[in-house]
Design a protein. Structure first.
Length: 231
């Protein structure tokens, strides 16, 4: 599949870039910003952070805690000619309140704090490249700057280094998971004589946005698992 091939090339390039990323740059940013959580709870809502993507080990742990708290990641990657979607992993379910609070958020506190996913442990830190509001494509190390939390806290080099290692572990895990998925979905489509059809993808997305239930195959633990997803 051309789309899978181009996506794979992109993530392999990102994997190399992450491996070459300068730790000193990250430490400088962390210590300069001095982010401090003020327990506002914004990062635990869909309105602020869209969705929480789970690495495989995080998904496994959440499945054991509450299997109903895990849903197919909401941005589907591929759609075959039968109208079936394919996605690289799971995300956390959100509540039906005004801001889409995480299913585990209660009274502005996390009910599984000691078992929270790695992305929740490192947030708002990140180490990946993206386009900013001005169109510049470059590294980003902090999410939601000046939109939540407090700033100017003193963070020593050891603390910053620990944040760097955890953040790089998440980013590396995410890229590896995407690469494994893209290789698996290419093999699956080839073996089953399936094709990714953009026209069908667009139609089924419209159906999904209107509230129709759609079949989604989630790649998890080396295999595709079928689910029904609804907006």
């Amino acid at each position: 599949m051309k789309k899978a091939d181009s996506d794979l090339a992109y993530f392999m390039d990102e994997e190399k870039a992450l491996a070459d990323y300068s730790q000193s740059r990250f430490l400088d940013v962390i210590q300069d910003v001095g982010f401090e959580c003020d327990l506002c709870g914004k990062c635990c809502t869909r309105a602020f952070n869209d969705h929480v993507y789970l690495l495989k080990e995080d998904a496994s742990r959440i499945f054991e805690i509450n299997s109903d708290a895990v849903i197919p990641s909401p941005y589907f990657d591929f759609c075959d000619q039968g109208g079936r979607f394919y996605v690289s992993g799971y995300s956390l379910k959100t509540q039906n309140d005004d801001v889409g609070s995480c299913v585990f958020l209660e009274n502005n506190r996390c009910r599984i704090y000691d078992n929270r996913p790695l992305i929740c442990r490192v947030y708002p830190y990140m180490i990946h490249r993206e386009t900013d509001d001005s169109g510049l494509y470059d590294w980003r190390e902090i999410s939601g700057l000046n939109e939540h939390g407090l700033y100017g806290a003193e963070i020593n080099e050891n603390e910053a280094a620990e944040i760097f290692e955890m953040t790089k572990k998440y980013e590396s895990g995410y890229i590896s998971q995407e690469i494994e998925f893209l290789r698996a979905v290419s093999t699956h489509f080839e073996q089953k004589k399936l094709k990714h059809i953009p026209k069908i993808y667009d139609k089924r997305i419209r159906d999904f946005e209107k509230g129709e239930e759609v079949p989604v195959f989630v790649y998890y633990d080396g295999a595709f698992h079928e689910h029904k997803a609804q907006k």
